[in-house]
Design a protein around this ligand. Structure first.
Ligand SMILES: [Zn+2]
Length: 239
């Protein structure tokens, strides 16, 4: 799956055309929206046209099309402007990049522990679940300093597309079945790299470098079942 927001996560307003319309929903020739997935919430925003404006309330995929669900029942045609809510997207990019930093440190310091779930929230917090049977919660809590040091170092974030069979052969590249994106039509998978720190398959939107995030706090660590550890982080300026 190729998304415009993967290639251009900074481009939040696009002049485009309606590709297809049904009452209350449209497909766009070019969409700047992230439709959600991998723990990252779907973008919010608006679609504007000659005589009006509608809020985008959700997304659905049918017949290979990404439909933008609108808060208006009418059908729209012609040229439109599609605009993503910039504050919401920024929060998601920050949290998403920070969850990769956390994930990298847990993977490196806790014996290649894998992610079992991740969910970002609108309030600037995110939770990440790891398969961590014997870990000491104080050691996990102590990751807050190193995470913030990596944010402060403003490390570049890059992406690439790798053939699926290569991705499956590289240890740790597919960190979790629940967050790996679907492959592209030509059998490739998107890899997000925090340069020199971490490489993993991911289909979300990230910062251009880690310094785009404010510092984070580790808010809470819960044991969820015998093996599962849930770590909640929050952007320091929001929490
Ligand atoms: Zn990601």
């Amino acid at each position: 799956m190729h998304l415009f927001c993967h290639e251009q996560p900074e481009t939040l307003v696009v002049e485009t055309e309606i590709a297809d319309a049904r009452p209350g929903k449209v497909a766009l020739v070019t969409s700047p929206f992230y439709p959600g997935g991998g723990g990252q919430l779907a973008d919010r925003g608006v679609i504007r046209w000659k005589d009006g404006e509608a809020k985008v309330t959700g997304f659905e995929y049918t017949a290979g099309k990404l439909w933008h669900l609108l808060d208006t029942p009418g059908e729209i045609t012609g040229a439109v402007e599609a605009a993503v809510d910039p504050d919401f997207r920024r929060t998601m990019r920050q949290l998403h990049t920070d969850t990769h930093v956390l994930n990298a440190l847990v993977f490196q310091n806790f014996d290649g522990a894998l992610v079992t779930g991740v969910q970002m929230a609108e309030d600037g917090t995110a939770r990440m679940d790891f398969d961590l049977q014997a870990a000491d919660n104080d050691r996990l809590r102590a990751l807050e300093g190193p995470i913030n040091e990596l944010i402060r170092q403003d490390i570049a974030v890059a992406f690439a597309y790798v053939p699926m069979h290569e991705a499956q052969a590289e240890r740790g590249l597919i960190r979790s079945r629940s967050v790996a994106p679907p492959p592209t039509p030509d059998g490739k998978i998107r890899i997000v790299e925090i340069v020199g720190l971490d490489r993993q398959a991911c289909g979300g939107t990230h910062l251009a470098s880690t310094g785009g995030s404010p510092p984070i706090r580790i808010l809470k660590i819960d044991n969820k079942g015998r093996r599962n550890r849930r770590i909640r982080i929050g952007l320091a300026e929001k929490s």
